[in-house]
Write a protein of this length. Structure first.
Length: 288
């Protein structure tokens, strides 16, 4: 069946039985992450939602567990409690926030959007390998093929902080991360892809003012979204499509289709090495 930008989470999972599969979705407390987690649960999967505040009303039919991706010790604890993981959707993200430092001076967007997910995959690696056919989907954005990584200053420690440049770097990192993970994981049956979910109004925009969104053309003066914006259900579709489409890996996706965008393999490997150094984890994934 062919899907497109108008397809919803329910559309792409229609007729798919995920009974016996375990899925982990980060950032599942709201927005497209919540819709994604609930859709996987309705398809029969056992779903663990990584959320910052498990006490809040969580996704229906889903087990919510505390996961702050900025806290690498908490990431390790979250992963240690998992058995086999068949699907990991790295969905959590921060966008255009004020300059914020976490841990040993890490810039928040790079720390949460990329490094936290890098560490999560590292700690979940034995659980992913046990699946025999696991899928990892990194939710990126409409990154440019030449989107820059600040190799010598990823935390914006020198010079003025640019919240949009920091966001763009973190989303480029998501795509590079998925590309190299697919290279490493393919021999073990673990495939990885990145996706651009499209433009969706969710709590991701919490750091933007109404005036900023009007000036950008995202909403009009009455708060109505521009015509190219998707619903939350449509925004969750591509990551689910990437998670369940057979033989898919090593690609970037949008609108429930594979795009021509391919991250540079050398940059992907370089980012993997940098991420290992910044998180204090080995470059090699665990053997077990």
């Amino acid at each position: 069946m062919t899907f497109d930008a108008s397809s919803t989470a329910a559309d792409v999972l229609a007729g798919i039985d995920l009974t016996g599969r375990t899925a982990v979705v980060t950032g599942a407390g709201s927005g497209i992450g919540r819709v994604c987690a609930e859709a996987l649960a309705r398809a029969g999967a056992t779903v663990v939602a990584g959320v910052r505040e498990p006490g809040a009303a969580g996704p229906a039919g889903v087990t919510a567990r505390r996961l702050d991706l900025a806290d690498l010790d908490q990431v390790a604890d979250f992963a240690a409690a998992m058995g086999t993981v068949d699907i990991l959707i790295a969905n959590a993200g921060v966008m255009a926030c004020p300059e914020t430092r976490v841990g040993p001076g890490r810039e928040l967007q790079f720390a949460v959007n990329h490094l936290g997910h890098f560490a999560l995959v590292h700690h979940l690696w034995p659980a992913l390998r046990r699946s025999g056919g696991a899928r990892v989907v990194a939710v990126s954005s409409n990154v440019r093929p030449d989107a820059p990584i600040r190799w010598d200053d990823p935390y914006f420690a020198s010079g003025p902080y640019d919240r949009w440049a920091a966001y763009g770097q973190s989303k480029a990192a998501n795509a590079l991360f998925a590309a190299h993970l697919d290279v490493l994981g393919r021999p073990h049956g673990v495939r990885a892809s990145s996706v651009h979910p499209g433009a969706i109004l969710t709590p991701l925009q919490r750091h933007l003012t109404r005036d900023e969104m009007v000036a950008a053309g995202w909403i009009d003066e009455d708060g109505r979204a521009a015509g190219y914006f998707k619903s939350v259900e449509q925004g969750a579709a591509t990551q689910l499509w990437a998670a369940v489409t057979p033989d898919l890996g090593g690609v970037h996706c949008a609108d429930c289709a594979v795009t021509p965008f391919r991250p540079d393999p050398a940059d992907a490997a370089r980012l993997w090495s940098l991420s290992a150094r910044l998180t204090g984890l080995p470059e090699e994934l665990p053997a077990g």
